[in-house]
Write a protein that binds this ligand. Structure first.
Ligand code: C5P
Length: 247
């Protein structure tokens, strides 16, 4: 365990996935060294992966972190099969695709994981948490956010995926139309319920968990805070996941 969190008593697995949305590897590594695999999982998205590459992912895995490789694949089925297989081979904990890629694409993603020796969880993005009803209308989806989310969640479930990436506002509804065990991975988490950035469908950590979210993806509220480790420990403490901590 990281010496910084000696004296810390955890009594449940952390549901928090910290999004490493950094412009360079050094900043990402600095943060990783201040955290601990018991405090959170880590998410690497398109920017950091493009800068740091697969070796960096493997380093995080070797350091003991569960890594969510958030590359949101969306392509033809054959390409998705190869991309998911390559991602699985990195030893990560979770990968994802866009559910709107359709059934054939989702089935190929699932097949790639089934045939891999290492099997990460496979999730699908329903509708990006930055989008609102107006954004959906602009791309020709006029029967509403909830209908589209339910449609894509059911499709992902039928194709054998492990869960979806969605807003925590939708977690309960998604479990109702799929299965309680179908995972909801929820970005759009803000420590106060006010909006001042590009996210749209937001909740606080506490509300997200009450709504049934399984994992909370938190980026800027942790990474841009003065002390990311303290912020993270405070969130865990508020959620009742941390018995006691001494900073
Ligand atoms: O900084 P913030 O907390 O908004 O970070 C949210 C993270 O979750 C980002 O890395 C973003 O790419 C990711 N994400 C999202 N909405 C989705 C899927 C992933 O915001 N539907």
């Amino acid at each position: 365990m990281n010496p910084l969190i000696t004296n810390t008593a955890f009594f449940a697995a952390s549901p928090i996935i910290v999004a490493l949305d950094f412009h360079n590897t050094t900043e990402a590594i600095n943060l990783v060294h201040r955290l601990d695999p018991e405090m959170c999982k880590l998410k690497v998205g398109k920017e950091l992966f493009t800068i740091a590459g697969p070796k960096f992912i493997e380093q995080l895995v070797v350091s003991g972190y569960d890594v969510f490789l958030d590359l949101k694949f969306h392509d033809i089925p054959n390409t998705i099969y190869g991309a998911c297989r390559a991602a699985a081979n990195l030893g990560v904990w979770m990968i994802n695709v866009h559910a709107s890629g359709g059934m054939k694409m989702l089935l190929e993603a699932k097949r790639a994981i089934s045939e891999s020796s290492h099997k990460p969880l496979l999730t699908a993005v329903t509708i990006l948490t930055s989008m609102n009803e107006e954004d959906l209308k602009q791309i020709g989806i006029s029967d509403g956010m909830d209908e589209q989310i339910k449609r894509l969640a059911k499709l992902s479930y039928q194709c054998g995926l492990d869960g979806v990436v969605c807003s925590a506002l939708e977690a309960k509804m998604i479990k109702e139309v799929t299965n309680k065990a179908f995972l909801t991975v929820t970005p759009g988490i803000r420590l106060v319920n006010s909006l001042n950035d590009d996210q749209s469908r937001i909740t606080t950590p506490d509300t997200a968990i009450k709504n049934g979210a399984d994992y909370l993806v938190i980026g800027r509220p942790v990474t841009a805070s003065e002390s990311p480790k303290t912020t993270l420990l405070n969130i865990l403490s508020q959620l009742g996941i941390l018995q006691d901590h001494h900073n």
